[in-house]
Design a binder for this molecule. Structure first.
Ligand code: PLP
Length: 351
């Protein structure tokens, strides 16, 4: 039994009974020695999906970013990324600790930037001659963009960044925590997004609903080096097939249904926009995330969060806004129930 409607994050998904069965019956071996058959199968499967030479099973998406940045850069290099990306805002400064890089942020509305903005960022990094300036080495993009309210990079937008990064001799890394949401939302084949970048990863613990795991992909050379850093950072597993089995199950059964999450996010956004005092940050959600402001209700987001939780709905308070994320464990009727609860909170006399 659950205590509330879990709208705070798509990491709140719990493995379904069928996924648990797949996990329970997984064949396993020693992953550190490359002997876990289920992990090998998952890596193969993701490499094929992304049309990359090789793939590597990782404990978390965060470790994919930490290892990805480490593999592409040398200490004191510059990495260019949008200013609200997960690498800057939500990884405890891991890129600084592990890679010793400086990050040149690009100010964007929703995490999507243009080739012109990339040029300007490179110019800032190179505003002094060598040896004064750091060396720009890597560009990072986030698909979909979490703090940009699930904004989807279109293939055209991504291609433009790919082309410009190539011209400047920079590597391109994609934080694809929700790449499959972008694929389902846009109808663009996964491999076409993947072809734009040198390395990328997908997370299995977000909307795909598995309990553990992410997979990083790239060239043979990149993945060989990344495997070493995975070990350095203590991320090499033993019988990880139990986790990989959940991920394989998710690839088979939980990708297409992401469309339901996107429908539910739109339904929630429509309902919220009809409640006086609530303002959506951005119009219709592009995928499964939405942000809204509650200042018009005469309360701050933390008070709103607490009142909704009392009514059985858990959002999250991010910055000054409220975030809602739809996923496998949120049904259409949950959305309607959540909207009823929010209406009551909005109309309640102020305490
Ligand atoms: C969740 C998330 C991560 C980190 O993934 P974990 O598997 O939770 O470590 C990285 N980037 C983005 C955009 C995310 O939403």
């Amino acid at each position: 039994m659950r205590d509330f409607i879990p709208l705070s994050s798509d990491t709140e998904t719990r493995p379904t009974p069928a996924m648990r069965e797949a996990i329970a019956s997984a064949e396993v071996g020693d992953e550190q020695r490359n002997e876990d058959p289920t992990v090998l199968r998952l890596q193969q499967r993701v490499a094929e999906l992304l049309e990359k030479e090789a793939a590597l099973f990782m404990p978390t998406g965060t470790m994919c970013n930490v290892v990805g940045v480490k593999t592409h850069t040398k200490p004191a290099d510059a990495v260019i990324a949008d200013w609200m990306c997960h690498i800057i805002r939500a990884e405890s400064g891991g890129a600084a600790l592990a890679s010793g890089v400086i990050i040149e942020p690009i100010e964007t509305a929703r995490g999507i930037f243009t080739a012109g903005q990339l040029d300007a960022a490179i110019d800032r990094v190179r505003s002094t001659p060598i040896p004064y300036s750091p060396i720009p080495r890597l560009v990072c993009v986030e698909q979909t963009h979490n703090f940009g309210g699930g904004a989807v990079w279109s293939l055209e937008e991504l291609k433009a960044i790919h082309d410009r990064a190539r011209e400047h001799g920079l590597a391109l890394h994609m934080d694809g925590a929700r790449l499959m949401n972008a694929v389902v939302a846009s109808g663009t084949p996964t491999r076409e997004f993947a072809a734009c970048v040198d390395s990328l990863w997908i997370d299995f613990t977000k909307g795909l609903g598995a309990p553990i795991g992410a997979v990083l992909a790239g060239s043979h050379e990149f993945i060989t080096e990344a495997r070493r850093y995975k070990h350095v950072f203590g991320g090499a597993f033993r019988q990880a097939g139990v986790a990989a089995a959940g991920c394989l199950y998710a690839l088979d059964h939980h990708v297409k249904r992401l469309a339901d999450d996107h429908d539910n996010a739109r339904r929630l956004a429509e309902g919220l926009s009809e409640i006086k005092g609530i303002t959506l940050r951005w119009p219709a959600p592009e995928s499964n995330i939405l942000f809204f402001d509650v200042d018009g209700l005469g309360m701050d987001n933390k008070t709103f969060y607490a009142r909704c939780l009392e009514k059985g709905v858990r959002f999250s308070a991010v910055g000054r806004a409220v975030r809602a994320v739809t996923h496998l464990d949120v049904s259409r009727s949950d959305i309607d129930a959540a909207l009823e609860a929010v209406k009551i909170v909005a109309e309640e006399p102020r305490r």
